[in-house]
Design a protein around this ligand. Sequence first.
Ligand SMILES: O=P(O)(O)OC[C@H]1O[C@H](O)[C@H](O)[C@@H](O)[C@@H]1O
Length: 450
Amino acid sequence: MSNLGFDYSNTLNFINLHEISYLEKYAQMSLDCLLNKTGQGKDFLGWVDLPRNYDKNELTHIKKAADKINSDSDAFVVIGIGGSYLGARAAIEMLSHSFYNILPKNKRTTPEIYFAGNSISSTYLKELLELLEGKDVSINVVSKSGTTTEPAIAFRVFREFLEKKYGKDGARSRIYVTTDKRKGALKKLADEEGYESFIIPDDVGGRYSVLTPVGLLPIAVAGINIDEIMKGSYDASLLYKKNRMDENISMKYAVIRNILYRKGKTIEILVNYEPRLHYFSEWWKQLYGESEGKDHKGIFPASVDFTTDLHSMGQFIQDGSRNIFETVIKIEKSIEDITIYKDKTNLDGLNFLEGKTMDFINKRALQGTILAHNDGGVPNLIISIPEISAYYFGYLVYFFEMACGISGYLNGVNPFDQPGVEAYKKNMFALLGKAGYEEEKQILEKRLQK
Ligand SMILES: O=P(O)(O)OC[C@H]1O[C@H](O)[C@H](O)[C@@H](O)[C@@H]1O
């Protein structure tokens, strides 16, 4: 199968070819640290070999659970936040019908899928519960640490909802837990209540966990072929362990974005031209943001959906502060297409598009935008996949994960920790009066009174 394309020609008016080759040996060292587990964060490199070494029994377990959920549920709620939800959502939105949840029954054989526990909005949760009235529901609570507040709150609410509806035993058969093998409040709860559980490997951090049960169970429930996803990631893993930059585009992508960063391009915008890629960008933002943004450095990862956002953010990208570069995900062939017909009156003036397909027009928009943004001082990278499929989802995931690890090492950070995330949690717990935070509470309350 043909694989990913990488076109960096629209960066060459900003960087020199020798800059790329100067960084090759540092990128090779970074790759080596990932493959041989010798760099910072080396205890969280389980994702590197995952496509080759994943637990086959766990995959069978996932498929079995997905079959059961399909047979007894109208709706499936995935409770998780950050890396415990974005990968699943990215895959489901990218690979399913755009209107999946509201398709009529004869067009969809799998349950409606909703996400909860990714905010602390009571309105969102209340309205979701309202929507689920009268439906048969199963839930999957996902948390590696098993202690994250947002999903823990949502799980408490959903447990009550299910237990009221089905009784304690009935609810038990509809609750699926994905968490750590040993530790965390969720693990304890799952063991005590006897919930069906899936394990997140110790050495795979949240944002690198989409190819574990974290992502794979919800994705399988949506009817997506998870073997194909693993196959795509497997093929990518063979390619992106290659040590030469001319054979390894994930290494090249990492190098070029680092060169651009060092020239003041501190914001990378991931661009798509298909609405179903919106959550893929959200997944990518967590991957890169949490991996690279530390020690007061890093590229800020942003995203836009084009052409939608050309009508809102386009002005800034074309003409605002010149600290941006774009990485465009191009889909060579769209899933569906529509041909523009000739209209006798031509009142809308669109007859010049007669006989052209919408995908063709979309591609022209892509090309025109890249050139315009380039003229405006925005370097552009293009990553292309032949089509949207489970295989290429797995492929892209691995491509970006590998590039992220290399890129983090190139910039001298540990791409596998996220110490900065704790600051808000500490403050929130203190303000809520959690035991052990008494002193912080006093300090913060005083600051709030000012
Ligand atoms: O899976 P969990 O332990 O609940 O974590 C969910 C998310 O929350 C955190 O605060 C981390 O910053 C993320 O990296 C993580 O993906």
